[in-house]
Write a protein that binds this ligand. Structure first.
Ligand code: FPP
Ligand code: MG
Ligand code: MG
Length: 327
């Protein structure tokens, strides 16, 4: 499981349910065109933590009927939406590696990657229709937020806007929204109370944002062997992530070289490697880590609305994982 579920009975039940999700997903990525099936299963087969579907399943345990089929369907919806967004994101980021395999754009080309992303999103939408109009509305709103976040990321903050606030807005949109929806769907279809559903939604948004920010830190700090992605990709693409923004905001006199590099083109290997090394050694890395840990703690605190027990512990464990990921 993508995050620690200490209770053995809960863990066993979730594993069985996740296997059902996995089996269903294999069916959902099938197309009448053999090549489309191949392209659409590519990233799914390359790996992935499936933590959005897992969050659906765990959130469903907060309700009185977590075992219904709609919970599995909802878990497939969020994973297919996530997968679709990765195909498109790798095109935008010109990423070559995803989940330790060639990205779809690298393996084939941008056209294949974009249309396969569209195919997966269509499949996700077809499936959402089975869940009724409320689910369709939520999925559509989530799609809006994903796209807004992803577009805002390509834009400079406004003249009166704090770059860090702009960035947090980006992250809440491109990642927090779908993770929030995973928690909402689980709660909705598992039969949780409106109060618990609301708490889970907010928890999802906060923990999801913290998760993406932890990803930013790992993009700078970790090696490809650990993350399955090329280190420093955001830096190379000029995407100003949390450590970069914090380094800019807290620059010391000795940071002049780093600031110069951050303001320049880092697509070439030599300046990129130099910037990566300087950033890795900068106190902004620890500042970013503290920020992520504080957001994870905030997410945990939101779980006070849930009854004490193994399900709440599992959700707390996820927040803890986000925090320890960066240490
Ligand atoms: C990864 O961020 C990107 C996202 C989490 C969201 C991408 C959203 C879209 C492309 C718009 C929605 C599109 C569809 C079809 C639903 P990243 O590049 O920082 O992370 P990475 O290191 O994993 O690449
Ligand atoms: Mg990317
Ligand atoms: Mg991106």
């Amino acid at each position: 499981l993508a995050f620690p579920v200490l209770d053995e009975r809960l863990s066993a039940r979730l594993q069985v349910r996740l296997a059902e999700v996995e089996k269903a997903l294999t069916g959902h990525v099938r197309s009448r065109a053999g090549f489309v099936t191949e392209a659409a299963s590519h990233l799914m087969e390359a790996g992935g933590k499936r933590f959005r579907p897992l969050l659906v399943l765990v959130a469903a345990e907060c309700g009185d009927h977590p075992e219904v089929d709609d919970v599995i369907t909802a878990a497939c919806v969020v994973e297919l939406t996530h997968l679709a967004s990765l195909y498109h994101d790798d095109v935008m980021d010109e990423a070559e590696l995803r989940r330790g395999s060639a990205s779809a754009n690298a393996r084939w080309d941008n056209h294949v990657a974009i249309l396969t992303g569209d195919f997966l999103f269509s499949k996700s939408s077809e499936l959402t229709a089975e869940l009724g109009p409320d689910a369709v509305r939520i999925q559509a709103q989530t799609f809006t937020k994903l796209v807004e976040g992803q577009i805002l990321e390509t834009l400079e903050p406004g003249p009166d806007e704090d770059p860090l606030e702009h960035y947090l807005d980006v992250v809440a949109g491109k990642t927090g929204s779908l993770i929030a929806t995973s928690a909402t769907y689980g709660a909705m279809f598992g039969g949780a109370s409106p109060e618990v559903t609301r708490a889970l939604t907010t928890y999802g948004e906060v923990v999801g944002t913290a998760f993406q920010l932890s990803d930013d830190i790992l993009d700078v700090a970790s090696d490809a062997g650990v993350s399955g992605k090329t280190p420093g990709t955001d830096l190379r693409e000029g995407v100003p992530t949390l450590p970069v923004l914090m380094a800019r905001a807290s620059a010391r006199p000795e940071d002049q070289r780093l600031l110069e590099l951050l303001a320049s083109d880092l697509t070439e290997d030599a300046p990129h490697a130099e910037a990566l090394a300087l950033l890795r050694a900068h106190p902004a890395m620890d500042e970013a880590r503290s920020y992520v840990m504080a957001r994870a703690a905030e997410a945990k605190a939101l779980l006070a609305a849930l009854p004490e027990g193994p399900v709440r512990h599992a959700l707390e464990g996820f927040a803890d994982l986000v925090a320890t990921r960066v240490t």
